[in-house]
Design a protein around this ligand. Sequence first.
Ligand code: HEC
Length: 299
Amino acid sequence: MLSRSSIQLNYSLMFIVTLALVFGALFIGIHQLKTRQLRNEAMAVAEQVVAFRAWIANTGVVWVDHLAPEFKDFLGKRTSGTTEAFYSKNPALATRELSEIVSQTATRATFRVTSDEYRNPANAPDRFEIASLQAFKKDRDLKYADNLEGGYYRYTQPIFVQQSCLKCHGDPKDAPPEVIEKYGDKRAFGYKVGDVRGIISVKLPDVTLGDVLMSVLNPYTLGLIALAFVLNFSYTQRAIIVRLKGLARTTERIANGELDLPLETKPGSRNEMDHVTRAVDLLRNSVVVAIKRLQKNLS
Ligand code: HEC
């Protein structure tokens, strides 16, 4: 069917197919770029959390002089000589409160810290987090795990036990009494330096196909694509179609007896259309010679 329709139609179809292929390639590239971008963003968030936790762990806990109404939780309480009381917040607790504050800001990322041995039920890991915990425990060199699920990009990174953590996660005998008081002496103890203690889990809204389309198909790209189409269309029209039609018409007239019709032969041109024109010219000359010879023989 294609071989019987016009070159211009076929060429237009080919152009559209080419465009679709190019877009396909573009989307694969964009998908990879998008994942890398999301991973970088999540990694930056995780690094901030690591730094924040290290700051607290290196000083043991942070003490606050009153409890904000939305953050009533604390680890220990100390009263000094006066009536004033101080409350301590351990790294995990402070991280949880930080993540809650951050989740209410304009930042897209939310994060939390979790573990297979969690002391606080609010920190219980979900399926993806359990899977990445197992992966990190199996492979110490694994730097991160990630995943796209339910419209979110999920990222986890291991938290390793350091010297400063052992006070509360090593031997229960060394632990501050308030830790034992609040969580008992069973959960999340017995760790050694270098153990995978838990993970930092970051969640980012995924970039959807719609978002990608919106940014790819803007008036500028659409304008450029239209321009490419017009350029291709007018070039094939001018360089091939119009010339072919003209040549066909001339050849028909020659065949009908107008043997001295002028043909623009352009000797030496590498253009294929000129080549065909020269071939027709040659054919016409041979016909003229043959006719002359015939006429001579007849007379
Ligand atoms: C002052 C005591 C203290 C120190 C120091 C401490 N932690 Fe914790 N950690 C806790 C307590 C108490 C919890 C209980 C959960 C909560 O409060 O959210 C906890 C919870 C965690 C959790 C979350 C899962 C859970 O059990 O709910 C992780 C992971 C964790 N700690 C890792 C560390 C690491 C790594 C360090 C060292 C950088 C560290 N902790 C230092 C007391 C401490």
